[in-house]
Ligand binder design. Structure first.
Ligand code: AMP
Length: 112
């Protein structure tokens, strides 16, 4: 069954898409935790970061590259945070890997 994010990729569920290419899509998070909060998602369905293989290394580089490029385009020149929640204890709720990019407010450490 298609993941929630594959349904966004296939335009079955609406989203505010900010970038798309053959391998990656990025869209605003529906429940933003910062003034800027978007997700960078590979089109390939990989459930968690713990499931990636050697063959996924270029794709992982691609999503990290796009995270910083889009962060700057979205007005986060002062800084931003990139997060990939992984599995239940890591706070993951959608099992299709995605980078959260958050910005335009001061971030705190340690995170919750
Ligand atoms: P995670 O909990 O790390 O797996 O992140 C999943 C994220 O997806 C959460 O921040 C949700 O707010 C976000 N989300 C869930 N449904 C949608 C949707 N339809 N459009 C955009 N973002 C969504």
């Amino acid at each position: 069954m298609a993941t929630l994010f594959t349904k966004i990729i296939n335009r079955e569920i609406p989203a505010k898409i900010i970038y798309e290419d053959d391998d990656v899509i990025a869209f605003h998070d529906i429940a933003p935790q910062a003034p800027v909060h978007f997700l960078v998602v590979p089109k390939k369905e990989i459930a968690t970061l713990a499931d990636v293989t050697e063959a996924d290394k270029p794709l992982l580089g691609h999503i990290v590259f796009m995270a910083q490029k889009l962060a700057k385009e979205q007005g986060c020149e002062e800084g931003f945070r990139v997060v990939m929640n992984t599995n239940e204890q890591g706070g993951q709720t959608v099992y299709h890997i995605h980078l959260h990019v958050l910005g335009q407010r001061n971030m705190h450490w340690p995170p919750g």
